[in-house]
Design a protein around this ligand. Structure first.
Ligand SMILES: Cc1ncc(COP(=O)(O)O)c(C=O)c1O
Length: 352
């Protein structure tokens, strides 16, 4: 039955080990981000074979089910309504709101636990974090009073909402914050979690500033690419995850719709170029499972578009039959959607 997502556990293991070795050589600990594959336990088991220190996920529902001895990290700022689950099922969470941290403290006290936090700072990407120009010392002062919260360190996230690329200049804003906090309170922060897959270029060039000692990596492990410039990381696999879908219709048709044109099934205005007749294959997968923009063309198959349940392609080499199965490489968003869809079968292609 198709569609199916094919997961090569051995390739994932090799990606994890290669990049982790690079990070470790540069003094980094690593959080491997599992949300893209919904913390699938088979992939978690692969992580469990490595020396990577932390497993991080944006959803506490995922962390709750993860079986591991690694330190569990909640990546998304906790919701007030979740604080009990957060202290129960994660060891460390990324935070930016004092009110939430105080409630985490109460929840941790209730179960007699210490909960670690990384305080996030926004140094320009405009997603989560205390804005770096605002007053933060009073917040730290209050956090240091809390008996069931350990301020493990500070962090920042870039190249997510604002597309800001990590550079020495941008990261120096975080370094200043670290120094201020350490001087003002005479403490030493254990962790500065300073980047994601967009920091890998700096890491490769040996230019990641020394004050950063932790990276949170998702995309680079599953796709073998850094995300500041979108470059492939030599030696890593870009096909740990692939999609297989079945041809349900195969016909020669014109490339131009006929009649008065309005909007497609998703409200987009029709926009076509007349390329004459072409061999077209329709496959049994659609936007309910993945956006066609998140699949890559193959040598033989050019993706034309999709509706909820159909992927429409142009076949360049007319050697296919109904029932044939085509394989596509995926973007990060493609993997995320396919792993989240209940209609997509998961096939594990190697054993670990
Ligand atoms: C806070 C945070 N850190 C790190 C990551 C990982 O980012 P990337 O997949 O670019 O490595 C994410 C996203 O998954 C995130 O939300």
């Amino acid at each position: 039955m198709y569609p199916s997502i094919h997961i090569n556990l051995e390739k994932y293991r090799q990606n994890l080990n290669q990049l982790y070795a690079l990070a470790k050589n540069h003094g980094q600990t690593v959080m491997v981000v599992s949300k893209v594959f919904c913390a699938d336990q088979k992939l978690i088991d692969v992580i469990n074979t490595t020396h990577i220190e932390y497993i991080a996920d944006s959803k506490i529902e995922n962390l709750k089910h993860v079986k591991t001895d690694k330190i569990k990290v909640l990546l998304r700022i906790p919701q007030l309504s979740q604080v009990n689950e957060v202290v129960m099922y994660s060891d460390l969470s990324l935070n930016s709101e004092l009110q939430v941290i105080e409630e985490l403290n109460d929840a941790a006290e209730n179960i007699n636990k210490m909960h670690q936090i990384i305080l996030m700072f926004d140094i320009g990407d405009l997603r989560e974090g205390i804005y770096y120009k605002s007053e933060y010392l009073s917040i730290i002062e209050r956090i240091l009073e809390l008996k069931h919260i350990e301020l493990t360190g500070i962090g920042t996230n870039l190249t997510c909402f604002g597309g800001v690329i990590p550079t020495k200049e941008t990261l120096s804003k975080l370094e200043l914050i670290k120094k201020n906090i350490e001087q003002h309170f005479s403490i030493s922060l254990k962790m500065v979690s300073g980047g994601n897959s967009s920091a890998i270029k700096l890491l490769e060039k040996g230019e990641l500033p020394q004050f950063i000692n932790n990276l949170r990596i998702g995309e680079a492990f599953v796709l073998g690419r850094e995300t500041a410039y979108g470059n492939h990381i030599e030696g890593m696999y870009d096909d740990v995850f692939t999609l297989k879908a079945e041809i349900v219709e195969l016909k020669e048709k014109p490339s131009m719709p006929e009649g008065l044109l309005g909007f497609d099934a998703f409200g987009k205005p029709a926009n076509f170029t007349d390329l004459g007749k072409m061999n077209r294959a329709i496959l049994g997968v659609g936007r309910q499972d993945v956006d066609c923009e998140n699949l890559f063309d193959t040598e033989d198959v050019h993706i034309l578009g999709c509706s909820s349940d159909h992927l429409i392609t142009q076949i360049k080499n007319n050697t296919y039959d109904i029932g044939d199965v085509l394989t596509f490489k995926l973007t990060y968003a493609g993997i995320l959607r396919l792993m989240t869809s209940p209609y997509v079968r998961r096939v594990y292609e190697s054993n670990i």
